[in-house]
Design a protein around this ligand. Sequence first.
Ligand SMILES: Cc1cc2nc3c(=O)[nH]c(=O)nc-3n(C[C@H](O)[C@H](O)[C@H](O)COP(=O)(O)OP(=O)(O)OC[C@H]3O[C@@H](n4cnc5c(N)ncnc54)[C@H](O)[C@@H]3O)c2cc1C
Length: 473
Amino acid sequence: MSTVSYAFDAKFDVDVPLLIVGAGAAGLCAALAAKEAGFEPLLIERDAVPAGSTALSAGLIPAAGTRFQRAKDIIDSPQLFAADITRKAKGEADAAIVDAVAHGAGVLVEWLADCYGLPFDVIDNFNYPGHSAMRMHGLPTRTGLELINRLRHAAETRDIAIIAERVADGLLAEPDGRIRGVEISRGDGGRERIGCQALILACNGYGGNRELVRRFIPEMGGALYFGHPGNRGDAVMWGEALGAKLSHLGAYQGHGSVATPHNILITWATIMQGGIQVNRDGLRFCDETQGYSEQAAEVLRQPGAIAWSVFDARIAAVARQFEDFRDAERAGAVLTGRTVEGLAGAMRVPAAVFAAEWTDVESLKAKRGQDRYGRSFAPEQICVEPFHAVKVTGALFHTQGGLAIDGAGCVRREDGTLLPNLFAAGGAAAGVSGSSAAGYLSGNGLLTATVLGRLAGQAAAGLCLERLSSGRS
Ligand SMILES: Cc1cc2nc3c(=O)[nH]c(=O)nc-3n(C[C@H](O)[C@H](O)[C@H](O)COP(=O)(O)OP(=O)(O)OC[C@H]3O[C@@H](n4cnc5c(N)ncnc54)[C@H](O)[C@@H]3O)c2cc1C
C-alpha cells in the first residue's frame, strides 16, 4: 500500500541528495543527467534487474532535427514535431511540456549517442501515424530490451548506484509537501528509510493496478495489460495523498495489434504500408491509420474482441526489421495464403465478404482513393500475393495520465504551484497525449520518459546544489 506519512523527527538509515524511484528509461536518464551535474543519484528498483515497460517496448524514440535525420535528408524541426503532438492530442496537452519534449528530444537522442554510445539510427522505410516526418530513432535490434540494457550499462560504467529488489512503499513528508525521504521494503522482508533532498518518481503509471485501471479507464478494465506488472500506480497514489494535481487519468497507450494467443506485438508498419484489419466476419470496421493506440478499443469492440491484420510479402519484409515480428513468424502467428480466398480459409472468415473488402481496398489504392472511413490509399501500397494475416487483439500498454508537472519535471499542487522537491518523469507524470487513447502520438511514451527524465535529473540536481550552497540540508 503506497502511503504518505507526515513525520518531522523521522530517522533515516541513510541520507542521499537525490533519490530516484524506478530504474526504467525515465529513472536511468534522470540519473545520468544528475551525475553529469555533479550529484550522486541513488536509484531504487523493484526488480532484480531493471527492465520495466521500457524493456517490453520497441525502444523507439521520436526526435526532430537530429543529425541522423539530416544524414538521410529528412526535413524536420521541433516546431513541426510540437505541432504533430498537439494535433494528435486535440490541443489538450500542456503546451509547456509539449515544447520541452519536442525541443529536448533531438538533444536527448544525440546526447545518448555521443556521451553514452547508443547507436541510434532513424527508421526511414515507413512512417508512424500522425508524424509528418520520419523521426523514430531506434537501436539495431529495434527492442526496448536493448535500450534498457544500454542505459543500465551507461549508468553502471559511471558508478551510479542502483539498489535492486527494493520497493518504495511510503513517502515521508512535511505538511507543505516537502519530501523528507522514502520507506523501502526489501526482498527479505526487512525495511529501510532513505532520506533525500530531492525525489524523482520514475515508477511509471498504473497499468499494473487493475483497480485503478477500472477506476480511470473503464474501457480497458478487462483488457490484456501488456506493460510491466510492477507499475502499480504508486506515483498517482502518493500524489493524491500529497495534494498534487493529477491530470488526464483516462489517457493511455493502447495497441490494436497484439498477436493472439501468442501475445507478441505486431508492428503497425503492417498497416501503415497498406495493410488492413478485418473482424471475424471478414469486414473492415474503421480507418486503421488513425493510430494504433485508439485501435485497441476498436478491436476489443469487434466480435470475439479480435481482428485480423492482413498484408502482403512486401510489407512482411519491412516488418521483419522488428525482432517481435520475427518471433511472431517463428511462433506460427503469421498465416500465409497464395490467394485472397486461400487466406480467408486459413483465417476462417467468410471468403466472399473478405474478398469484397480486399478488392475494394486494392482498387482504391490504384486510383489514390479514399474509403468510407476517410482512409486514403496510394498505388505504392498495392499488395500482391502471397498474402499474410495475423489474428490480433487490443491491449493496454501503459497509462498516460499522472502527476501534473512543469517543463522541468517539478510536480504541481492542485492550485498549480510547485511542490518543493518532488519531480516526476515518464509514466509517473501526465504525458502529452491529452485525455484519451486517441491523443497518443506514436512514441509519446519513451519521449516523455527519456526527455523529461533527463530534464528532471538536471532540475533536481540544480535544486540539491542550491540547497547545498545555501547551507540547508
Ligand atoms: C509492448 C510495449 C511497446 C511499447 N513501445 C514503445 C515504443 O516503441 N516507443 C515509445 O515511445 N513507447 C513505447 N511503449 C511505452 C514505453 O515503454 C513506456 O512509456 C516507457 O517505457 C515508460 O518508461 P518509464 O521509465 O516511465 O517506466 P518503466 O520502464 O516501466 O520503468 C519503471 C520502473 O519502476 C519500477 N517501479 C515501479 N514501482 C516501483 C516502486 N514502488 N519501487 C521501486 N521500483 C518501482 C518498475 O519495476 C520499473 O522498472 C511501449 C510499451 C509497451 C508495453
